[in-house]
Design a binder for this molecule. Structure first.
Ligand SMILES: Cc1ncc(COP(=O)(O)O)c(C=O)c1O
Length: 361
């Protein structure tokens, strides 16, 4: 019996993908040895990485080749917080940030540290419980880009539609909801995401960028941090996290087999609706996010009697419901419901919540 894994990332992966990986680990793709031992320049790996890239482009709704490029990098989404303003922004044309929580703030702070970032809007006055209303902010020209975190992993809020930036290029940190629903990613100019939530294991960061973003040279930055250097090397400037890319390719194939993003989105909606209904049912639990901004990936909530929260987490853990403690920066409770989390896990959590309320309510 596998535990129910509500961790925020690294997170649950599809069991089918793990089983395939186990079956193929020692002799991968008939090569007689393991993908872990392949050269990143080998023909076998080349097939894997193009397969992964083709699937990713298809699912993200990006064209097969230019004007979009796809990079498989390391360093996490956190490295993109720095690479992005280094490559795209200048002090005169800063990156402009909609601050909807901890990760957007970190992205902003990295740009500010480089003298190339400004804040357009902040959710701080209401405790980051919402996504801004349309019209609540406007890019201040000249702007290099507007940066949006599509899903706020820690506060549990999510953009349900991409914002209208009035023509300013849009950049998305899609780390915690990438490929959880159909999304017109091609409306942006750059999307980045750590793989460890919906795409596969930790260690891989994907960056999809429009070639327009490569037009302006970024002199003086290290080659490894320069998008152009990666793009000119056909996306393989240095060693890829090969095993993670291999597992991502399998995860993307699993998404396609499962009916694609429309089917995945319907399942994610069903899971989230079930849990929010329980949170709203009696007043014993309280959702953090405003209803219109609620995330379908990370459900954040409190117990009205907050002193019961530690007990909740301990008892849940003992009942094989893992990872329900809120992020250390905000406390409370959080259940992450990524693509690979089965509906049965949410049912088990809801049942546990009712029982906990019966015993402590
Ligand atoms: C939305 C978002 N952005 C960025 C990050 C940072 O990612 P990493 O730890 O891969 O650098 C996270 C991590 O959870 C995240 O959820």
């Amino acid at each position: 019996m596998r535990p129910n894994n509500f961790n925020a990332g690294p997170a649950v992966m599809p069991i089918e993908v793990l089983e395939e990986a186990r079956a193929e680990l020692l002799d991968t793709a008939g090569t007689g040895h393991s993908v872990l031992e392949w050269s990143h320049r080998s023909k076998a790996y080349d097939e894997v990485r193009w397969d992964a890239e083709r699937r990713l482009r298809r699912l993200m709704g990006l064209p097969e080749r230019d004007p979009w490029r796809v990079l498989f990098l390391q360093g996490g989404a956190s490295l993109q917080f720095a690479m992005l303003p280094m490559n795209l922004a200048t002090p005169e044309r800063p990156g402009q940030y909609v601050n909807t929580g901890v990760w957007s703030k970190k992205a902003l702070e990295e740009a500010v540290r480089l003298g190339r970032g400004v804040e357009l809007w902040s959710g701080k006055p209401t405790g980051f419980d919402r996504i801004p209303e349309p019209g609540a902010w406007r890019a201040r020209e000249p702007a290099a880009y507007v940066h949006v975190t599509t899903n706020n992993t820690i506060y549990g809020t999510q953009w349900h539609e991409l914002p209208d930036t009035g023509g300013t290029p849009l950049v998305l940190d899609a780390s915690s909801d990438i490929l959880s629903r159909p999304m017109p990613y091609a409306r942006s100019v750059l999307v980045y995401a750590g793989a460890q939530k919906n795409l596969g294991p930790a260690g891989l960061t994907i960056v999809a960028l429009h070639t327009d973003t490569l037009a302006r040279p970024a002199p003086g930055i290290p080659a490894i941090l320069d998008y152009r250097v990666h793009a000119e090397a056909d996306g393989i400037y240095n060693t890829h996290p090969t095993f993670a890319v291999w597992l991502m390719a399998k995860t993307l194939a699993w998404i396609e087999r499962s009916g694609g993003l429309a089917a995945i989105a319907a399942r994610n909606e069903e899971k989230a609706a079930l849990l929010y209904a329980e949170i709203d049912r009696s007043g014993f639990y309280r959702g953090h996010a405003q209803p219109g901004s609620r995330s379908r990936m990370n459900v954040t909530f409190r117990i009205a009697k907050t002193e019961l929260e530690d007990k909740f987490v301990k008892e849940a853990d003992a009942a094989a419901l893992l990872g329900l403690k809120g992020h250390r920066s905000v406390g409370g409770l959080r259940a992450s419901l990524y693509n690979a989390l089965p509906l049965e896990s949410v049912r088990a959590l809801v049942e546990f919540m009712r029982d906990f309320e019966r015993r402590h309510g």
